[in-house]
Design a protein around this ligand. Structure first.
Ligand code: EPZ
Length: 409
């Protein structure tokens, strides 16, 4: 594949940022919003809560003049990320009710740390009839530790940060998530009049304010989408320029790609990825940011299936995030699972076959495998991929891929 592709706004930044618009009655304007089904869900949830939402191209205008404190069960259960409406509702209305998000295919994904954070601010939290309720007469700032089994929590940090912006006094989150998406949310909240310092580091401090006002914000580019195209370039021995990608938010991925034999050129606001020659096996362990992102594990594992030699891919964030392995085996890949690790014996050519997508990043990995395999691969259940990749087939065709979307009968 050859050519240039424009990186869209980050899904995992825009979801909490859209939720944060609930913190004020004034109008907010969010730019570079990706056209994704998850974004549509979030806009439906905001509308359901009473906000006025207008989408024009990649700009979303929200005004949450008068809102309800309880989210719709059916809407919320469709998307785990919607849990991040709890913090803004609790912050502004001092009450919030949402359906308890169940587990998902990649892991149990409890929200105990979110709830622990709300309780530290003085909220009373109960779980009843499949719903979680949080309420408080007043929210009082406090110091809290948000580290869990796998380290920090991204949406947990976002949720507590949003509630604490309108709490009385100072809140300090220790073991906060450092992801660029958390920084992007903090920048938006500060633009609304919040007083947040330390975002991007493990200690975030918020000095509560009485109210927040409207603001405008441009979402950061999607580093996971950029990493996915970068790996596709390496897997197909192509050369792709990622327009608008931020190399400073992708060091762990670019470092491993370089070790694996990819050629990486940074030029201003774009990155060009190609190959320096034969690919080399690398070992990967997923970690919280700035470590190697779990959302790129499946794509990198796929690259290692077409790389001669043995590589070990260890998943430390989610308990069951190897659903793509059995599907890659259908294309002829040689992978063994040993506890939290996948041992990949790479180099044997893949051959096309019908495969089934199980989750968002697994489906992106199967598309990369299909592009690198001989023959034709059919990836089923692509609704998973539309949750997190804007117009992926259109962008890949632009880069020379032979890919088409077929309505499932
Ligand atoms: C965010 O999920 C992302 N989603 C995920 O991306 C990403 O994989 C994940 O962060 C890790 O980077 C969005 O931003 C919408 P966590 P989040 O809380 O916040 C455990 C994608 O493909 N944990 O940081 O839900 C949890 O089970 C998606 O775009 C608790 O134990 O993830 C996991 O093992 C998939 N208790 C670990 O922490 C809690 O209360 C990290 O989860 C919360 C989390």
């Amino acid at each position: 594949m050859h050519g240039e592709v424009t990186i869209s706004g980050a899904k995992n930044a825009v979801l909490p940022i859209l939720a944060a618009t609930l913190l004020t009655a004034e109008p907010c304007v969010i730019r570079r919003v990706p056209n994704l089904s998850d974004v549509k869900f979030m806009c439906q949830i905001l509308t359901w809560l009473g906000a006025q939402v207008r989408c024009e191209g990649d700009t979303v205008r929200v005004q949450a003049k008068k809102i309800k404190g309880a989210g719709d069960y059916d809407l919320i259960r469709k998307m785990r990320g919607s849990i991040c409406i709890m913090g803004p509702l609790l912050g502004r209305l001092k009450k919030a009710t949402v359906s308890l998000p169940g587990g998902c295919i990649i892991g149990a994904r409890p929200i105990n740390l979110h709830l622990k954070g709300f309780q530290a601010l003085g909220a009373r939290v109960t779980i009843e009839g499949g719903y979680v309720h949080a309420s408080a007469k007043r929210l009082i700032g406090s110091a809290l530790f948000l580290g869990g089994r796998a380290g920090s929590t991204v949406l947990g940090t976002a949720n507590v940060m949003m509630a604490a912006t309108l709490a009385e006094g100072v809140t300090v989150i220790e073991s906060a998530a450092c992801e660029p998406e958390v920084v992007d949310l903090a920048n938006f909240l500060n633009a609304m009049g919040a007083r947040i310092t330390g975002a991007g580091g493990p200690t975030i401090t918020m000095t509560g304010v009485k109210e927040l006002h409207g603001a405008e914000h441009e979402v950061i580019p999607d580093r996971i989408e950029a990493a996915t195209y970068a790996i596709a370039a390496a897997a197909t021995n192509g050369e792709i320029t990622l327009r608008g990608a931020r190399a400073d938010q992708m060091y762990a991925v670019l470092d491993k790609l370089s070790d694996a034999g990819a050629k990486i050129e940074r030029n201003g606001s774009s990155i060009t990825i190609g190959r320096k020659g034969r690919l080399k096996p690398v070992d990967i362990t997923t970690l919280p940011y700035a470590g190697f992102p779990t959302d790129v594990q499946a794509q990198m594992l796929t690259l290692m299936t077409v790389t001669p030699g043995i590589s070990i891919i260890t998943e430390r964030i989610f308990e069951s995030r190897f659903m793509h392995v059995s599907e890659l085996a259908r294309l002829g890949a040689d992978i063994e699972i040993e506890g939290p690790s996948a041992i990949v014996k790479g180099g044997k050519p893949l051959s096309g076959a019908p495969v089934m997508a199980s989750d968002l990043r697994a489906s992106a990995a199967l598309v990369i495998a299909g592009l690198a395999a001989c023959g034709t691969t059919q990836v089923n259940r692509v609704y998973h991929i539309d949750r997190g990749y804007e117009n992926i087939d259109g962008k890949l065709r632009q880069l020379g891929a032979r890919i088409e979307r077929i309505e499932e009968s």
